[in-house]
Structure formats: structure tokens, C-alpha cells
Unconditional design. Structure first.
Length: 95
């Protein structure tokens, strides 16, 4: 796969990066080099290799999945200017 100048400008636009006309050729070479490296990775034989979540073996720490009300309602509304029974009270904005 090869990236052309139009694609470089489109990528820059999507990334909200201003790319000057004299910079397009440099970015085009860099993107083509990156894509070439990715194509090389596709040639690696990974049959029999287990997927990993980390480069070091580890056991995932998991918490018990228990449904609770959080018991934090008072803490959540503590800094609110006006509350009523743990609900935020706000002024009416639509008539």
C-alpha cells in the first residue's frame, strides 16, 4: 500500500494538523515507511503463539462483581450548593 499526496493532506485534515505544501513529500515518505513496516509484520509466522495481554506472565486481579448502591450519595452531593434527599437541585432554565 502506498500513500499519495492527497491522502497525506486528508490524514492531516482528520488529525487537525496543518501540513504545508512543502511538508507533504516528507510525511508521504514517513507514512509509506510505516505502512511498509506493518506489511513486514504480516509476514511473521505466529501459528501456535498464544495471545498475550502483557510481555510478562501475570494473573489478572479481579474484584468480585457485586451490585451495590455505592453508599456514596452523601459524598457525591457534599459540594453541591443546593440538594434535597441526595438529589442536585438546579434552577429552572426552560419556561
Amino acid at each position: 500500500m502506498s500513500v499519495d499526496a492527497k491522502t497525506v493532506k486528508r490524514i492531516g485534515s482528520l488529525a487537525r494538523i496543518r501540513i504545508e505544501e512543502h511538508e507533504v513529500a516528507g510525511y508521504q515518505q514517513e507514512l509509506n515507511a510505516i505502512l511498509g513496516f506493518i506489511e513486514q509484520l504480516g509476514e511473521v509466522d505466529v501459528t501456535g503463539v498464544e495471545p498475550m495481554t502483557s510481555v510478562t506472565p501475570m494473573v489478572m486481579r479481579k474484584r468480585t462483581d457485586v451490585v451495590t448502591d455505592g453508599d456514596k450519595a452523601d459524598d457525591i452531593v457534599a459540594n453541591a450548593p443546593v440538594t434535597d434527599r441526595n438529589f442536585f437541585l438546579v434552577p429552572k432554565v426552560v419556561e
